[in-house]
Design a protein around this ligand. Structure first.
Ligand code: ADP
Ligand code: MG
Length: 577
């Protein structure tokens, strides 16, 4: 094909692809415009997960009648005039791309009245073309309605996930902005149902309560920034006390100059601040705002503006780490060292015999019942290195690894990973027979969750119930827990549910089967013996026996190895024999 200049229509659809990925990106861009317009109240309504309908209404400055059409032109903005301004961006928008991009791939109705003008304007566009324009008597401010998103981009439409997933992404963006702008009042409704509202009273803690629920909202520690007030970098926000943690980083939210950013170094600075304060593999919850002079940060790195570049990243890293660390040391009781527990989880007060019995009952059923869940037993087993030979326990190293001897040399077994594997296979086998052991709570317990966690769990109630959870929606973001899988029956229900939700959140809308495995993995991770626990010989022997009977004994459910093998030949070589 000869080289051709793309038509304006095709070019704008391509450009739109960068900014408008899914309904949530529309919400994000429109809300940013409302914030930039000085709105105090911002209302977001969606239908069908935003696929059919999104409306963002604000009471900001509005657009003057004479400028309305300009707003839809690509690279038209009221926020920037020269390239120099780029160095001093104080608004969320500046690229002048969002409205043009969104309009190009939807049916848009833009209704606005500038505060100084008597009459407003209403413009309808289809695929970026203005089809009607009329005067409109309306309150000052702007309402943008998007219908039939991606009606002319079938490829994009096909990639949209379930309504719930799209709603979840919208929830995520809206709660982020609510946290970044506590002085603004945000409301969000899906299909006519109010799901979120921030009070708009200027207090971040109030917003955190709306987002995370009362318990967690109250537990958050406010960051006390000890830097001198003249220092260029200000760090504010809230972080969880070391007693409150999650299985992954999803609950660490960072903002730079009022803009949500995904910055691994900021996230890492926060995690670093918790060094030695959290158990391994656990992460804090945090909402951290960094404010610095606009010329110190380049926001023009990414079309969706989710990434930024700092002029001096190290200084920012240290400022964040220091502020969070000093908050923790100052506000949170320093944990005293507790010697490793010598008992299996939940069995502290019971006798040794009983312990052994319980361990034995955790063993996988005989081989005939060991189903592989991908339905390809032989291949999968081979892939993962095949069965392990009978092993003789020699001892324990560092209260974390079991040393064992086999016909082909020495084996070091990670006790936690191995136990996870054992429990995982057993749980899924029980699941196949619809016989997962479930333990009813003495009293049903209401658990308040974050809106995201609640909607995600609500989406997968059936899977949860098949794995021994009995939970039901209990109004708002509260779930009523009636029973837990027996494996985790002694864990705090809220903690288990938040862990499961966090794991689901980390995997974006997986298939039903993946959901099941994700939930099962999380349950087993909780239930498995931990590193740092002293094991008696009998317990280690039992663990090894059970591992030998697993279908995939060499990896834990997360794919990490359960064991390291040093062959006789390797040993001989190392010793120069
Ligand atoms: P940008 O935000 O990068 O300037 P947009 O395409 O998002 O680009 O918006 C273009 C222009 O339209 C903005 O600069 C602003 O002047 C105007 N505009 C968009 N939304 C609103 C709104 N809700 N209230 C007032 N003005 C708006
Ligand atoms: Mg914008």
């Amino acid at each position: 094909m000869p080289i051709r200049v793309l038509s304006e229509k095709v070019a704008s659809q391509i450009a739109a692809g960068e900014v408008v990925e899914r309904p949530a990106s529309v919400v994000k861009e429109l809300v940013e415009n409302s914030i930039d317009a000085g709105a105090r109240n911002i209302q977001v309504e969606t239908r069908d997960g935003g696929k059919r309908f999104i409306r963002v209404t604000d009471d900001g400055g509005g657009v003057p009648a004479g400028e309305v059409e300009l707003a839809f032109h690509r690279h038209s903005t009221s926020k920037l005039t020269s390239a120099d301004d780029l160095a001093r961006i104080t608004t969320l928008g500046f690229r002048g791309e969002a409205l043009a991009s969104i309009a190009a791939v939807s049916h848009m109705t833009f209704a606005t009245r500038a505060s100084g003008e008597p009459l407003g304007t209403l413009v309808r566009l289809e695929g970026g073309r203005v089809v009607t324009r009329q005067e409109s008597g309306r309150p000052s401010g702007t309402a943008v309605t998007i219908e039939n998103l991606f009606f002319n981009v079938p490829a994009r439409l096909k990639f949209l996930r379930t309504e719930r997933t799209e709603r979840r992404h919208i929830d995520q963006w809206l709660t982020r902005y609510a946290m970044a702008y506590p002085e603004l009042r945000f409301t969000l409704s899906h299909d006519g149902r109010n799901v979120f509202q921030s009070p708009g009273l200027g207090k971040l803690r109030d917003v955190l309560v709306a987002v995370f629920g009362l318990d967690i909202g109250a537990a958050f520690l406010e960051i006390s920034d000890l830097q001198s007030p003249n220092f260029d970098i200000q760090v504010t926000g809230f972080v969880s006390p070391p007693s409150l943690h999650r299985a992954n980083r999803t609950y660490i939210t960072t903002f730079v100059n009022g803009r949500w950013v995904q910055d691994s170094s900021l996230t890492y600075a926060i995690i670093q601040a918790y060094h030695t304060l959290l158990p391994g593999g656990r992460y804090p919850l945090a909402v951290v705002m960094v404010a610095l002079p606009p010329e110190e940060v380049d926001v023009n790195v990414h079309p969706a503006k989710a990434e930024v570049r700092f002029r001096d990243g190290d200084v920012v890293f240290r400022a964040v780490q220091k502020a969070v660390r000093s908050t923790l040391l100052e506000r949170a009781p320093v944990p005293t060292f507790t010697p490793p527990s010598t008992a299996w989880p939940g069995l502290k007060s019971r006798g040794r015999e009983e312990r052994r019995e319980r361990l034995a009952s955790l063993a996988p059923r005989p081989a005939a019942e060991q189903l592989r869940f991908d339905g390809e037993p032989a291949k999968a087993t081979k892939l993962e290195g095949g069965p392990i030979p009978p092993l003789r326990v020699v001892g324990q190293v560092g209260t974390t690894y079991i040393v064992a001897e086999g016909p082909e040399g020495m084996y070091l077994i990670d006790q936690h990973a191995a136990h996870e594997r054992i429990l995982f296979e057993r749980l899924l086998a029980e699941r196949q027979r619809a016989a997962v052991a479930s333990q009813a709570l003495l009293e049903p317990q209401p658990v308040e969750l974050s809106p995201e966690a609640a909607s995600l769990l609500e989406e997968h109630l059936e899977v949860l119930s098949s794995l021994g959870f009995q939970v039901e929606p209990f109004g708002g973001t509260t779930m009523l827990v009636r029973a837990l899988p027996a494996l985790v029956s002694e864990t705090e229900p809220g903690q288990v549910l938040e862990d499961v939700a966090a794991a689901l959140l980390a995997g974006d809308a997986p298939l039903e089967a993946e959901v099941e495995e994700t939930v099962a993995r999380q349950v087993c991770k909780r239930a498995a013996v931990k590193a740092g626990q002293v094991l008696e010989r009998a317990e280690m022997e039992e663990l090894i026996r059970m591992l030998e009977r697993c279908a995939s004994p060499r990896t834990c459910p997360h794919g990490r190895p359960t064991m390291i093998h040093l062959s006789v030949a390797q040993l001989a070589r190392e010793f120069g024999r």
